[in-house]
Design a protein around this ligand. Sequence first.
Ligand SMILES: *Cc1c(COP(=O)(O)O)cnc(C)c1O
Length: 432
Amino acid sequence: MDNADLREQAGSLFPGGVSSPVRSFKAVPDAPVPVTRASGARVYDADGREYIDYVAAYGPLILGHAHPEVVEAVGAAAATGTAFGALSPGEVELGRRISEATGLERLRFVNSGTEATMTAIRLARAATGRNLVVKFEGCYHGHSDGLLVKAGSGVATLGLSDSAGVPASVAAGTAVLPYNDADALGRWFDERGGETAAVIVEPVAGNMGVVPPEDAFRDALQEIPRRHGALLINDEIITGFRLRYGLSGLLPEADLVCLGKVIGGGLPVGMLGGRAELLSLLAPEGPVYQAGTLSGNPLVMAAGTSTLDALRDGRAHARIDELARYLENGLGTGVRRAEAEACVVRRGSLLSLFFRPEPPRDYAEASQSDTGTFARFHHEMLARGVMLPPSQFEAWFVSAAHTEADIDQTVRAAAEALRVASPGPVAGRSGS
Ligand SMILES: *Cc1c(COP(=O)(O)O)cnc(C)c1O
């Protein structure tokens, strides 16, 4: 089956021809690229074309694709049983590593980030006896009903400010405030603080493009909910073990932490953790029910453990930060030379090229980006063998498998793509 066969058959089997919306390339819009195999920093499509990959499965693959140690660990685990429905050593191995690196006293493994945040909120409501949850516009915390309100990337990309099928009564339990707006948070708590169970936030927003937190916002997050008896839920599903080994350190006062992506080494995973007395509210110790047939799965635990072991000495993080900085500089030069209305934002190995002049500080600003120019840029990059996330609002991920030569090739492609894609006199300039 080539690309066209796969697209056609998938189109009749799956809504939009995909198992998750952003993969449809609808936001660009372009034909989706089916991937048949991947290795290191490269993915290959069903027509045999090769791409330098910055999607990295949307975050988990910090070591690159099919890392030999991860593949070996998963194979060894599979050979001794793929699921037990019982406590197994893999959970203890990965759990110990995560607890030591994060200081989280108690953990629960689940199968996706969505489950982790959904459970964290249930726990926060049980712990406080309150119902309201505050989230920030453009932050994504998975697709559970109550969190699918102004939720960034996939949702922003599809132009849905909300999802159909979410009862108004459920959506009404979630308040949405602007990211980086400490005053709005203060006003909310002055008015409704006594009813608010929790505030959930991405410490660096990664689902409206990369939007780092301002200091005043971080301070407010750590101080205001606590003063009103509400919990702070730190969603580190992208940032955890990616910005450094352990948590980002940006919200050390959080009560509950959600992890996912990197800690599963490319297999399906989520986790929540926090103080023992809070996590003890979960069944079977406490009254908050949560369960999972495949939670703590031995293949997932093996992939996660081998990934963390490869990251532990800090060298991989130092390397990807350096590579990402090199990419940031190269793209910045390309933007200036092409006189493109664009800016590069980077935190660690997370990067966005926004098609607007200044880095956005919230979703309202991010959504003013010129998505038409992004789409043309994306198309031109693909034609030059570079696989970027197919949306202005998804972060690019640099992995430890990228090389300087990969970055050079990417920057050269971007310099051309920026000239071709940018509207206005620059694009039409002869010889460009
Ligand atoms: C990816 C993501 C989630 C959801 O995780 P899934 O495994 O896709 O359910 C939640 N929060 C953030 C910040 C994410 O990036």
